[in-house]
Design a protein around this ligand. Sequence first.
Ligand SMILES: Nc1ccn([C@@H]2O[C@H](COP(=O)(O)O)[C@@H](O)[C@H]2O)c(=O)n1
Ligand SMILES: C[C@@]1(CO)OP(=O)(O)OP(=O)(O)OC[C@H]1O
Length: 174
Amino acid sequence: MFKVGFAYDSHRFAKDRKLFLGGVKINSDYGLQGHSDADVLLHALMDALLGAIGSGDIGTHFPDDEAQYKNISSLKLLSEVKQEVEKKKFVVNNCDLVVVAEKPKLKPYRDRIVSSIAGNLGIDKNRINFKATTNEKMGFTGREEGMAAFAVVSVVESKLWQFFETLKMEGSIK
Ligand SMILES: Nc1ccn([C@@H]2O[C@H](COP(=O)(O)O)[C@@H](O)[C@H]2O)c(=O)n1
Ligand SMILES: C[C@@]1(CO)OP(=O)(O)OP(=O)(O)OC[C@H]1O
């Protein structure tokens, strides 16, 4: 069985905070406000993964009033979400991710962000697509009050995935 998940997250800019996107430290005068490291991109990705497997959302798994999550790296939370995906016997097929921000320019970080997420999820880099867009100076992102991110993911049942892998090895499919 194939399933898809979709998610949105946003965080307000804050001084004296480091900016992390996809687990990668980004050069910026501002970071993002949050209980965790506020990695808005990983938050959208995790919520999309949890959505795909019917497991709620990050706020339920990692409550923002629990001290253990204070300033936690969202990469650690992503590892837990990955375990949840495996527990439900699914494999991540692909992720399409977008950050909405006027600045900083994120294109130069694309490869690092993709590698970071692929490494954490243990999947091929070609299964992840990252992009960034401005909001053409409109709305809260346009006014540079914060950043937003969207994520779409697809997951495949592990057994079906193994079946496809066998077909690939036999050369029956690409
Ligand atoms: N924070 C951002 C925003 C955009 N980009 C890149 O610029 C391209 C054009 O963006 P528009 O919002 O004007 O469509 C976009 O496709 C990205 O390649 C970026 O790197 N960082
Ligand atoms: C990531 C968590 C962890 O406590 O905290 P925040 O960084 O505040 O992020 P948000 O997306 O507002 O809420 C989800 C929480 O699970």
